[in-house]
Design a protein around this ligand. Structure first.
Ligand code: PEP
Ligand code: MG
Length: 574
């Protein structure tokens, strides 16, 4: 039967392929065979899940409510002991190595074997501990299923669309290794990090479909329309032909855009516009080079910290940053310091905030864990020898935080100096403007910094009080809200007045429908996924800033959404 589902189109283009379901269901423990090269990371993923389960136990143990039965502490201690036992924390890793199976499967096999042994125990007390073992194993399994790196292997050579209830940003990093034609999820918002990563892959995807996972069957033929945000299930011949045609046209347009690669990025009035690339992992730098990016405007360094149970060492980070700096051959490389928390979780960082988006994330976490921050800054400073490296501090809200961060950077410099390690002492330091307080106080931040970068994804989230990952409020997430536009315009004005370069590195910068608006507001530096560089360049090359500026000024004075939309359409039609 043919039917369609409607959600949010995340990345453009069309995918046609067979559904591969991804399940979080306990009874459907996925089973697949790993490539040899993936075994070490699968073992690390298992360790990370055990670490997460342990952190959960510890967290509960430390927060036992007053008046709770005294057995609760003993019960949690017992769970911690079971978790530490090699039968549960070691044997599954041996199974992964010896049979090349995935971590969930190895754990399920070992749990079954353990539980069978309990059945033959005569002592009633000991036999009842069976339930505890099962609960602990379930905790680890839950961490494996619900967290980093569980994107299954693509099982067929045919074009395949992954259908999931939800995917995490760290899943998406693993997703990069597979060649799915597209993916769809029930949950997720437009600028969740999962969506951002999907866009960087430039494959068709639709999120917030609510019940796709329940309605779609394994092997169903799917059309994913990432532009309209529609998924058509088991289409008839006519619809299929229509979409095959659209898919071909889309590919042709993409090919045409590639011809702009070597054209200079300037408006019709001759204003040069800097188009930079956002990257997540060091290897993404090749895509930025391929699209002729003027530099890296945002290296989301936190992805180096994901899908592993431990922290990357200073040397490991140095290698990653050096690789990017050297590859960009003297073009600027802006490395953002660790921005974790909220929807980007790490194995060693149990999510204990009541509201993680407002909790100890990004620079707040780094200031609470100065050794982690200093190790990263040392690595960035050491890499500054190999290119035009800059430091970017995320999530600044108050000047006190900036002072502390600058103090720690000075400390890292002093350490390297004492050790005789070379680095660029004048490395530019910038701050992200992504909290309304920072935008309103941009002047004071700008005075202490070399440059600013506006993170519109979080700026919108915090200005409009809309969780960027929550599909229930995704329709309210509005880059054109007058409050958002005023905060962006104000920051640009401050940068202009104080002669501090300002760029935009949130998703607004990569949306060609907003290019002219941002140009008219005075923006001359856009940082986006390399996949969008050519579409934005095309807009830049066809824009006459002096004629669109008066209309942009009118748009900024308009309050009602329909008037703002009408002005935007006029600006884009010029
Ligand atoms: C932003 O908030 O706009 C930004 C670029 O940072 P991130 O999307 O990684 O939070
Ligand atoms: Mg941000």
């Amino acid at each position: 039967m043919t039917f369609s589902l409607h959600g949010i189109g995340i990345s453009g283009g069309y995918a046609i392929g067979r559904a591969q379901l991804y399940s979080h269901d306990r009874l459907e423990v996925p089973h697949y065979v790993l490539r040899k090269a993936d075994i070490a990371s699968e073992v690390a993923r298992f360790d990370a899940a055990v670490a997460e389960a342990r952190a959960e136990c510890e967290q509960l143990r430390d927060h036992i409510p007053e008046g709770a039965p005294s057995e609760l502490a003993a019960f949690l201690d017992l769970h911690a002991l079971i978790l530490a036992d090699a039968m549960l924390s070691q044997v599954p890793k041996d199974l992964i190595r010896s049979t090349s199976c995935n971590a969930e499967w190895a754990l399920a096999q070992q749990t079954e074997a353990l539980l069978a042994q309990f059945d033959s125990i005569e002592d009633v007390y000991l036999r009842e501990r069976r339930q505890d073992v099962k609960q602990v194993a379930d905790k680890v399994l839950k961490a494996l299923l619900g967290h980093p790196g569980h994107v299954p292997m693509k099982v067929s050579d045919e074009p395949t669309v992954l259908v999931a209830h939800d995917l995490s940003p760290s899943d998406m990093v693993i997703f990069k290794r597979h060649t799915y034609a597209g993916f769809i999820t029930d949950l997720g918002g437009t600028t969740s990090h999962t969506a951002i990563l999907a866009r960087s892959l430039n494959i068709s995807s639709v999120m917030a479909l609510h019940n796709a996972r329940a309605l779609i069957q394994e092997g169903d033929v799917l059309i994913v329309d990432g532009i309209a945000g529609v998924v058509i299930v088991n289409p008839d011949e006519l619809i299929l032909e229509e979409y095959q045609l659209r898919q071909n046209q889309w590919r042709l347009e993409q090919q045409k855009l590639k011809r702009l690669k070597s054209s200079p990025s300037a408006t019709l009035d001759g204003d040069g516009v800097e188009l930079l690339g956002n990257i997540d992992l060091p290897q993404d730098v090749f895509e930025a080079q391929e699209e002729n990016a003027a530099g890296i405007g945002l290296f989301r360094s936190e992805f180096l910290f994901m899908n592993r149970p431990d922290l990357p060492s200073e040397d490991e980070q140095f290698e990653a940053y050096r690789h990017v700096a050297a590859a960009m051959k003297g073009k600027p490389v802006v490395i953002r310091t660790l921005d974790v928390g909220a929807d980007k979780s790490l194995a060693w960082l149990p999510d204990v905030s009541v509201n993680p988006a407002l909790g100890l994330r990004a620079i707040r976490l780094c200031l609470a864990e100065p050794r982690i921050f200093i190790a990263q800054i040392r690595a960035i400073l050491r890499a500054s020898q190999y290119g035009q490296v800059r430091i970017l501090i995320p999530m600044l809200a108050s000047l006190g935080e900036l002072d502390q961060a600058l103090e720690l950077i000075a400390q890292a410099k002093a350490e390297l100096e004492r050790e005789g390690q070379p680095f660029n002492p004048g490395i530019p330091i910038g701050g992200m403007i992504e909290i309304p307080a920072a935008a309103l106080a941009a002047e004071w931040f700008a005075r202490k910094l070399d440059f600013l970068s506006i993170g519109t994804n979080d700026l919108i989230q915090y200005t409009l009080a809309i969780d960027r990952t929550d599909d229930a409020v995704a329709h309210l997430y509005d880059p054109l809200h007058p409050a958002v536009l005023h905060l962006v315009a104000h920051t640009l004005k401050v940068g202009h007045r104080l002669k501090r370069p300002v760029s935009v590195c949130g998703e607004m910068a990569g949306d060609p429908k907003l290019t002219r608006l941002l140009l008219g507001m005075g923006l001359r530096s856009f940082s986006m996924h390399p996949a969008h560089l050519m579409a934005v360049k095309q807009q830049v090359m066809h824009s006459h800033v002096s004629s669109l500026t008066p209309l942009v000024a009118k748009l900024l004075r308009a309050g009602r959404p329909e008037r703002i939309q009408a002005y935007l359409e006029r600006i884009n039609a010029l």
